[in-house]
Design a binder for this molecule. Structure first.
Ligand code: ATP
Ligand code: MG
Ligand code: MG
Ligand code: MG
Length: 439
């Protein structure tokens, strides 16, 4: 992409309304624009980040055996009356009437709808296990939308729903998502810790929130420090191996880790003092087993091997890509701006021409622009005639992992400069060495 033809509306001033660094940087670097309280447009580089996060989420869901669908944002109230949640959900639900005076709503979540899909098609235990997910906009009329896309009213969520014959197989479904989430957040460059979370009125202990430690987090959390050094399960993890997955989950739940709601002072006191991490955290994912809570009232049943009908055991599993974008900035920034993890950066490389219009510089840039893309890298080519200082500042602000800097002086010796945004390290190298260095 040539910057001269792109749309990158960066701001010089720090927006007053933004209380936390990720919100400030998302506005300054031109990722988002607020349209009303808690409702945002995603501008070009913001959209690219959101798409890249969703792509990682999708790959890991698919790897774990989940199947992608797409359900609508607008739902009929009737389904929610069946489950009993239409009245129970309260003011967070945005209720709408259509022209025929029918009650509709903008979905805050999709348990009812996916249960309706399931019951319409699936009859036999032989069609299980099944896990259906989608990545779709949700609306929750949060009482206090704040921190930009961290807590917005309209937000993107990947929500998956598992269906199984009994509790034991539902646990395997849960473990698949547990491991998928460990992998997902690690790939997104985030250190997430699964913490036991409140299951609400359903009870049981099968609920974990995936938490990123951050001072600006809204949750109070408590965990054993060793989790921060645990290894992520590898890409070739066998998700069909019931015992193997359980072993991974057992290890990742062997030490204390809890959100405020489930915090147990007695168990906490057993954690050695120098290993106690009491901190603030951001909830980036949440997984939940809830048994037959929806399948019973909504009659989602399958015929079991015994020939009888059984309500299916379900779980749901959410990740918020739009919140993750903000969380990634909370975890990765410095005074100059954003420092994206490689896997979700809006482009891999910023190609900076320090003298647009100079024929040698133009030729070198055009060549690099072409060759970098041919090598599979995404490139934002700053071909504008801005001052070098402004270009450096903008490149640091938007935080692409690499900067390739082409100026007349080094070019006279056949060299360009390569800067790694994360470390600030710079090196001069021959043009021909740039691509081998980056691939
Ligand atoms: P919170 O405790 O922050 O209100 P939640 O527990 O209500 O979140 P869930 O229903 O568990 O959220 O939704 C799954 C995921 O969706 C969350 O882990 C988070 O990543 C994302 N999410 C939820 N609410 C919001 C929001 N208002 N803005 C952005 N992302 C959100
Ligand atoms: Mg909430
Ligand atoms: Mg929560
Ligand atoms: Mg939650």
């Amino acid at each position: 992409m040539r910057l001269s033809r792109y749309f990158l509306p960066t701001l010089k001033e720090t927006p007053r309304e933004a209380e936390i660094v990720s919100h400030r940087l998302m506005l300054r670097a031109g990722l988002i624009r607020q349209q009303s309280a808690g409702i945002f447009s995603w501008l070009p580089i913001g959209k690219r980040v959101l798409d890249r996060i969703s792509a990682v989420v999708r790959e890991e869901q698919d790897r774990a055996g989940a199947v992608e669908i797409l359900m609508p944002t607008i739902q009929s109230a009737d389904l929610w009356r069946e489950s009993g949640r239409y009245d129970a959900y309260g003011a967070e639900m945005l209720r709408i009437k259509d022209r025929h005076d029918r009650d509709m709503l903008f979905g805050p979540t999709n348990e009812e709808m996916v249960t309706d899909i399931f019951r319409s098609y699936v009859r036999s235990y032989k069609d299980l296990p099944l896990n259906l997910y989608h990545i779709q906009w949700k609306f929750r009329d949060e009482i206090r939308p704040r921190f930009g896309t961290m807590r917005s009213r309209e937000f993107l969520m990947k929500d998956a729903y598992s269906f199984d014959l009994d509790e034991a197989s539902a646990r395997h479904a849960y473990n698949r998502m547990f491991v998928a989430y460990l992998r997902t957040f690690a790939r997104l460059g985030l250190k997430s810790i699964p913490m036991q979370a409140d299951t609400g009125p359903i009870g049981g202990n099968l609920s974990h929130e995936f938490i990123i430690l951050a001072e600006t987090g809204e949750s109070e959390v408590f965990c054993h420090a060793d989790y921060l050094d645990f290894d992520t399960p590898p890409a070739d993890t066998n998700f069909e191996d019931v015992a193997g997955l359980q072993t991974i989950v057992d290890r990742w739940t062997s030490l204390y880790a809890s959100t405020d709601e489930k915090h147990d002072e007695a168990a906490w006191a057993q954690v050695p003092a120098d290993k106690q991490v009491a901190a603030r955290g951001i909830e980036v994912g949440h997984i939940f087993y809830f048994g037959t809570k929806y399948s019973e009232p909504m009659r989602a049943v399958v015929t079991g091997p015994d020939g009888r009908e059984h309500p299916v055991h379900m779980g749901s599993y959410g990740v918020g890509p739009s919140r993750v974008a903000a969380a990634a900035i909370e975890a990765g920034h410095d005074e100059a701006g954003i420092v994206w993890p490689d896997e979700i950066a809006p482009f891999d490389v910023a190609l900076l021409s320090l003298k647009a219009g100079d024929s040698a510089v133009d030729a070198a840039c055009e060549g690099l622009y072409r060759d970098l893309q041919a090598a599979g890298l995404t490139v934002l080519y700053d071909d504008t005639d801005d001052r070098p200082g402004a270009k450096f500042a903008a490149a640091d602000l938007i935080g692409l992992p690499w900067q390739v800097i082409v100026g007349p002086k080094s070019l006279a010796e056949g060299k360009v400069e390569l800067k790694r945004r994360r470390t600030g390290e710079r090196e001069l190298l021959a043009i021909a060495d740039v691509i081998p260095r980056l691939t």
